[in-house]
Design a protein around this ligand. Structure first.
Ligand code: UD1
Length: 341
């Protein structure tokens, strides 16, 4: 059934792709975003793909009055997907209070307003960072949560606890927590994608900027890990596949009366790929070389982690489908589009 969904952080990277998939599935979308790490032009991309412009509110979710006004002016919101959060690991070490304030106040405000405005459920963006360095791979949802290695990671752990405590308190809300592995790529239309501000910290935007000549060379952070080629291993998941999982999770949470009030799912491909393999995939699929060198390890990096996604596959009926080479081609198409503008 079509529903009205609030997407916080909806002009951001994962948010914008999810808005497209929600609209494609017939849902009505209201976005709130403070544009701190995205720009308003993203709405044109969303409209061009999905044929419909979502309602957009420029505002900050840490301000309860702003959210209250949004719910008053947009009655009938049934579900929330909460992407609005700061996400740079390094910055979080420098500015921990900014991270705790943004990420936790946003969540608390949303949870507090949900019963008052009849919002039934919230899908929360969490991260595989809650597992720390896994004792074994692939890792499933029952694996222990390890002490966080950054304030950013800690906000994800604390957020999961806040949601759990609130739901268990008997509040009339449901939640699905999604633990993302490493989202990469862009919409195949090249109309939306990742828009990193300044020098990218994540691998794929740095890689595509290097291929485009914006950066001189990519540094591979370490080749002496205990992995087949010595570089770190991650579970890289296509952002469109990831976006689709949110639509399915929302439907399950809102339409299915019998599901648990709180559920947790890993979102990954189930396949670990090394940093060097990712570079190879990019070069193979685009024919473009990526100048790169081996550098020292980056502090705080996990050696290897990839998902056991069986729970999402069977319970949600969702599966990551995009082949890595295609994801890398889409990332490159998006980079080329950015260069043109
Ligand atoms: C990190 C966070 C994750 C968060 C994600 C999004 C941790 C442990 N992980 O993921 O929770 O959701 O960022 O911001 O906090 N690399 C290079 N050269 C580069 C950049 C990266 O070799 O220039 C390597 C890294 O060492 C790593 C891999 O590429 O092995 C992926 O790095 P990155 O894209 O930054 O993501 P994570 O650190 O895995």
């Amino acid at each position: 059934m079509a529903q009205k969904i609030l997407v916080t952080g909806g002009t951001g990277y994962i948010g914008s792709h999810t808005v497209v998939e929600l609209q494609n599935a017939g849902h009505e979308v209201v976005i709130i975003d403070n544009l701190s790490n995205s720009n308003i032009g993203v709405l044109d991309g969303i409209e061009a793909i999905a044929g419909k412009r979502p309602v957009f509110v420029e505002g900050d979710c840490t301000d309860e009055a702003t959210l209250r006004k949004l719910f008053e002016e947009n009655p009938g919101i049934e579900g929330i997907i909460n992407f609005a959060a700061s996400k740079a690991v390094g910055e979080s070490v420098q500015k921990p209070l900014l991270y705790y304030r943004n990420n936790l106040n946003t969540l608390i405000n949303l949870l507090e307003l949900m019963p008052e405005f009849g919002v039934k459920g919230i899908v929360f963006s969490s991260s595989c960072t809650v597992y720390g360095e896994p004792d074994k791979n692939p890792i499933d949802e029952t694996a222990p949560i390890k002490p966080a290695t950054s304030p950013y990671g800690n906000t994800k752990q604390i957020s999961e606890e806040i949601i759990t405590d609130y739901v268990h308190s008997g509040a009339p809300v449901k939640s699905i927590i999604l633990r993302y592995f490493n989202p990469i790529g862009a919409h195949p239309s090249a109309l939306i994608g990742e828009l990193p501000l300044g020098v990218p910290q994540n691998l794929v935007p740095y890689l595509t900027q290097t291929a485009a000549g914006i950066r001189k060379e990519l540094t591979v952070f370490g080749n002496d890990y205990d992995t087949p080629d010595g570089s770190c291993i991650r579970d890289f998941i296509d952002v469109v596949d990831l976006a689709k999982a949110h639509v399915i999770a929302m439907k399950r949470m809102l339409d299915n009366k019998d599901t648990d009030a709180i559920e947790i799912f890993n979102l990954g491909t189930g396949c670990g790929r090394s940093v060097l393999e990712l570079i190879e995939s990019f070069e193979r699929s685009t024919g473009v070389k990526v100048p790169h060198k081996i550098g020292p390890r980056r502090e705080g990096d996990i050696e290897k982690i990839w998902a056991e996604p069986t729970k999402a596959n069977t319970v949600l009926g969702w599966k990551a489908e995009a082949p890595l080479d295609e994801t890398m081609r889409n990332a490159w198409r998006w980079q080329e589009k950015l260069a043109k503008n």
